[in-house]
Ligand binder design. Structure first.
Ligand code: ZN
Length: 386
């Protein structure tokens, strides 16, 4: 978990390995580790940034995040042997707290690096430790968080990551070149009926909020089964008063919707609102749909997508375009700088589990394609055409 002793050990290990590869290493106030390899002249030129994260989730696997950081280290090793070809600096980043499990602060490090608004530091974890205390325990100064913002100095961002889904493994494809990351909307849906005696209230008089919530859930899933772009997750239903002999008077559903474009996301939200209204009407319930969290869909940079296609093809790799259903540091970066993302297969599509696995040959191929793309960018910026 982010800022845990184990994570901080991994950070120290990484810094030592970066120094071995002749990178200049800094750790900013957000605890992002950046290793920098500069050109002999023109160190002030914007950098090509390669990164991912070292933190994980409880019972997580070894590949989610860590693979991308280590791939960055391999890129640095490959490029440090030929510094004359570096026109733009290469930076390798391990962003802090991508997963956000401990303080509910996803992408904390990459958001700090990008100069985005950060969550309040008084948030606490399950043990009562505040985010500010965790940052200070890791030896960083919370008053200098704004200094982590270096996005203006970045030319392009590239990230290698495991797929965390079954598409590549099932189709036997070596690489996914990500074109979009889905946007999401999280809603709290409240249905209010009337708590009444469960035995004596006739069917025609029952205003059962939980029955309405169950109907909303199945209708939502039925509707989304027919959509070509969009997923829904009803993560939980809470009903009141929860007594055996009382009809539930209030039910609240936690609903998350994801889709890959503004248009399809809007359509999905419209479907949710329509279903809630129809069910409320039919069950004599009062509906409330409240947006509680959102992230916009993002498209990756066309040139970088083409560059990754080109380097994948020249390495003889089979590849396909993909939409990422999960958020990544690349999502934060793509809102600020041209970004690209490469995925390697996850065995059986399993992730956030100790059995997460990607074969060494697949890791190596992904890293080679990434290295070739970075070599091109550091030598020619966006002016190269292979
Ligand atoms: Zn990850």
């Amino acid at each position: 978990l982010a800022w845990s002793p184990e994570h901080l050990d991994a950070c120290e290990w990484l810094e030592a390995r970066m120094r071995q590869e002749h990178l200049a290493v800094t750790r900013d106030a957000a605890s992002n580790i950046i290793g920098r390899l500069g050109p002999t002249a023109g160190a002030d030129r914007p950098a090509v940034l390669v990164g991912s994260h070292l933190d994980t989730v409880p019972e997580g696997g070894a590949y989610d995040g860590a693979l991308g950081v280590l791939a960055g280290l391999c890129v640095a090793r490959a490029l440090s042997g030929d510094p004359a070809r570096l026109v733009h600096p290469l930076w390798v980043a391990a962003f802090m707290d991508e997963e956000g499990v401990r303080f509910d602060t996803s992408f904390f490090g990459s958001r700090a690096f990008a100069g985005e608004h950060l969550p309040p530091l008084d948030r606490t974890d399950d043990a009562g430790t505040s985010l500010a205390e965790a940052i200070r325990a890791g030896g960083r100064d919370t008053s200098r968080l704004t200094e982590a913002d270096e996005i203006e100095r970045v030319l392009a961002y590239l990230e290698l990551h495991i797929e965390q889904g079954p598409i590549l493994a099932e189709s036997g494809t070596s690489l996914g070149i990500v074109t979009d990351i889905v946007g999401r909307r999280v809603f709290s849906v409240r249905l209010s009926g009337e708590a009444n005696h469960a035995g004596t209230t006739p069917r025609s008089h029952r205003r059962d909020a939980l029955r309405g919530a169950a109907t909303v859930t199945t209708r939502l899933h039925d509707a989304f089964d027919r959509l070509s772009d969009g997923t829904v997750n009803v993560a939980g239903i809470a009903a009141e008063p929860g007594a055996m002999n009382v009809i539930p008077g209030v039910a609240e559903l936690d609903v998350e919707i994801r889709a890959s474009t503004d248009r399809t996301l809007e359509r999905a939200v419209r479907i949710l609102r329509e279903i809630v209204e129809m069910v409320a009407l039919g069950g004599d319930l009062l509906p409330q749909v409240k947006l509680v969290d959102s992230a916009e869909p993002v498209s990756f940079d066309n040139y970088l997508v083409e560059l990754l296609e080109r380097t994948a093809t020249s390495n003889g790799a089979s590849w396909t375009h993909m939409t990422s259903g999960a958020g990544h540091d690349a999502l934060v970066m793509a809102h600020h700088v041209p970004a690209g993302m490469l995925m390697v297969p996850s065995r059986n599509g399993v992730s956030h589990s100790p059995s997460e696995f990607t074969g060494i040959a697949e890791c190596r191929l992904g890293t080679q394609v990434l290295t070739d793309a970075v070599r091109e960018l550091t030598a020619n910026g966006f002016g190269g055409h292979g």
